[in-house]
Design a protein around this ligand. Structure first.
Ligand code: PLP
Length: 385
């Protein structure tokens, strides 16, 4: 072969040993010697890998890892958490269907539910998330989905998953966003969920360097249905994003515990500070979800909110911090702060903010893994200012 040909056709080495970390298959497609295997691979997620939008070995390693952690049969990795939520909801809803959703949810999810109502002919009933009777009363013949968050963003509300899933009934798909808990603190499928969604951008990736999502399914048919739809939707992650998430996942257990140790220190000290009206960390026995959290979770998480007097105090606090950075997202090594009413939940009107437990003075902290006293020094100095 001439050099012009050789440079194009680099051989992929065949292995006789197993790499210690999952290799990055940074390829958009795969070649075949068998046309039938090629055609078959396009019809199902467990055929041969054909095209990365349909499946990729690096992405599959991430899907299998998270499915295993969550106790699901299979998982679908996506390009973002919102990609996972969209893939699941759009694969299971049609015009005329009804959704029951918890009132306190991530702002992006609430915005999506609002769009589904306005433009797609889906109706949504919001419930508090404490009372199974409220879910039972909201049920209609056309109810298809019950949508919950394990630890709600940003109020730390913990839904009674088994009671609510049971109240929704077997024919309703219970979808639980487990981003704030991670599978180390809660595995919603064990508590009756049918689908678990994650923003892998947060604790799963864990290093503030990748955007991704995962949906985990208790049932294989639901998985296949969503896979088919996701191929059309095009929400597949790039293999490098999946690889970064896999790399982060290896230290998830260490990170989650370190985050939570710091969160407890800050939550307890904040609760004793005169400028703080309330602290919404479910590990405190004053939190309305404390009892449910103790029963369902193996820890209380490390992203939580607290309330200052008003919006002006909130704005002054977030810009007075020096070590803690004013930024979106959560679950990375560095401690981040944001003002939900003007950022993560900006799409909500005053009524929706109040229903979600968010005031102008509400501040959200994603507590990192720095030294706890350094963090408190920065937070208390900003509070004093
Ligand atoms: N779910 C929760 C609880 C979130 O906090 C977020 C983002 O902040 C998302 C989903 C969306 O994830 P992503 O930003 O990866 O699309």
């Amino acid at each position: 072969m001439q050099p012009d040909t050789r440079v194009v056709h680099t051989e992929v080495p065949a292995l006789t040993s197993t790499p210690l970390s999952v290799p990055l298959y940074q390829t958009s497609g795969f070649s075949f010697t068998d046309l039938d295997a090629f055609a078959d691979g396009m019809t199902r997620p467990d055929g041969a890998f054909v095209y990365t939008r349909f499946g990729n070995p690096t992405v599959r390693a991430l899907e299998d890892a998270v499915a295993g952690l969550e106790g699901g049969t299979a998982a679908l990795a996506t390009a973002s958490g919102m990609g996972a939520i969209n893939a699941v909801l759009l694969a299971h809803l049609a015009a005329g269907d009804h959704v029951i959703a918890q009132r306190a949810l991530y702002g992006g999810t609430l915005a999506l539910l609002g769009d589904l109502e306005r433009r797609w002919g889906v109706t949504v009933t919001y419930v508090g998330g404490h009372d199974p009777e409220e879910v039972r009363a909201a049920r209609r013949p056309e109810t298809r989905v019950l949508y919950l968050e394990t630890i709600a963003n940003p109020t730390g509300h913990v839904s009674d998953l088994p009671a609510l899933a049971e109240a929704a009934g077997d024919d309703v798909l219970t979808v639980v966003d487990n981003t704030f808990a991670s599978p180390l603190l809660c595995r919603p499928i064990e508590h009756g969920a049918d689908v678990v969604v994650h923003s892998a951008t947060k604790y799963l990736g864990g290093h503030s360097d990748v955007t991704g999502g995962v949906a985990v399914f208790a049932d294989d048919d639901r998985y296949r249905e969503t896979w088919r739809h996701s191929v059309e939707l095009g929400v597949t992650p790039d293999p490098f994003a999946a690889w970064l998430t896999l790399r982060g996942l290896r230290t998830l257990a260490l990170r989650v515990r370190a985050h939570e140790r710091n969160a407890e220190v800050l939550a307890r000290r904040l609760a004793g500070h005169p400028a703080v009206r309330a602290v919404h960390w479910p590990g405190l026995d004053t939190h309305p979800s404390h009892t449910v959290a103790k029963r369902l979770l193996d820890g209380y998480g490390s992203t939580f909110s607290f309330d200052l007097a008003d919006a002006e105090a909130g704005r002054r606090f977030v810009t007075a911090l020096e070590l803690v950075r004013l930024a979106p997202s959560l679950g990375g090594p560095e401690t981040l702060v944001l003002h939900p009413a003007s950022t993560s939940h900006r799409q909500l009107d005053d009524g929706q903010l109040a229903a979600g437990g968010i005031t102008g003075g509400t501040i959200r902290l994603s507590v990192g893994i720095e030294d706890a006293d350094d963090l408190w020094h920065d937070v208390s100095r900003a509070l004093d200012r």
